[in-house]
Ligand binder design. Structure first.
Ligand SMILES: C[S@@+](CC[C@H](N)C(=O)[O-])C[C@H]1O[C@@H](n2cnc3c(N)ncnc32)[C@H](O)[C@@H]1O
Length: 225
């Protein structure tokens, strides 16, 4: 999956102007935590991206403000977490969590996750999260939805056998769309559908907003065969 051929699945890369202290995180902390994978090099074992020699690596795609990613990193210090997010204000929010909590097990891909998937070694990710991907509700925008067969192929390639893939949405039409695509993927099996999050699955910022609007999210756990 090359960047040129990809239709954008995200809305924007920049939001409101950052305050000086927050903008400074982009100059100081992002160069330490950002992942750069030069084109043409062989697929990378993601464990080698961490100073901590993690027992396994988890991947969150579209982490938004990074609350869920930071929570998982704090609770699982022996796991390496890679977060993917093209939205700069979200990346800065995650950097703030990393600094404030002293998290040492996070690396950041500040871009579309799809090219990264193609650069990771096969069967190298033990858990993946896609929480509240942009629903793109208008029919003419459905092609922008992240959950599409090529994305699922690329994700399944990097997941280890038995790896969990957590997915959530608050949008009924997108939930149906997900059910039409994910469980029928030859490498993915539906393990559970929850109406309430399990205890080791904290609330995201988007989710808190959505629930405040009166919506009821659906949560899925899939397993890589
Ligand atoms: C509706 S927001 C949800 C954010 C967060 N997961 C939450 O629940 O608060 C969807 C996020 O996915 C990101 N996103 C969309 N397409 C992406 C892609 N191809 N790679 C990485 N992130 C993506 C967007 O930038 C946006 O921040």
């Amino acid at each position: 999956m090359t960047t040129q051929r990809l239709i954008h699945s995200f809305g924007r890369r920049r939001g409101r102007k950052l305050r000086a202290g927050r903008a400074a995180l982009l100059d100081t902390l992002l160069p330490q935590l950002g992942i750069a994978l030069p084109a043409g090099e062989p697929p990378v074992d993601p464990r080698t991206l961490f100073a901590i020699a993690p027992r396994e690596v988890w991947l969150e795609i579209g982490f938004g403000g990074g609350e869920h990613l930071a929570w998982q990193a704090g609770r699982n210090p022996d796991v390496g977490l890679i977060g993917c997010e093209p939205y700069e204000n979200g990346v800065v929010a995650l950097l703030g969590h990393v600094r404030d909590r002293g998290l040492a097990n996070i690396r950041i891909w500040n871009d579309d996750a799809r090219p990264l998937l193609g650069r990771l070694a096969p069967a190298s990710i033990a858990r993946a999260f896609v929480l509240f991907p942009d629903p793109w509700p208008k029919a003419r925008h459905h092609k922008r939805r992240l959950i599409q067969a090529p994305f699922l192929d690329a994700l399944a390639r990097v997941l280890q056998p038995g790896a969990e893939f957590r997915l959530a949405s608050d949008h009924a039409d997108y939930v149906e769309w997900m059910l039409e695509r994910v469980p029928v993927h030859p490498d993915l099996t539906l393990a559970a559908r929850f109406e309430a999050r399990p205890d080791d699955w904290p609330e995201t910022r988007y989710e808190a907003w959505s629930v405040g609007e009166g919506r009821r999210p659906t949560y899925f756990s899939f397993v890589r065969r």
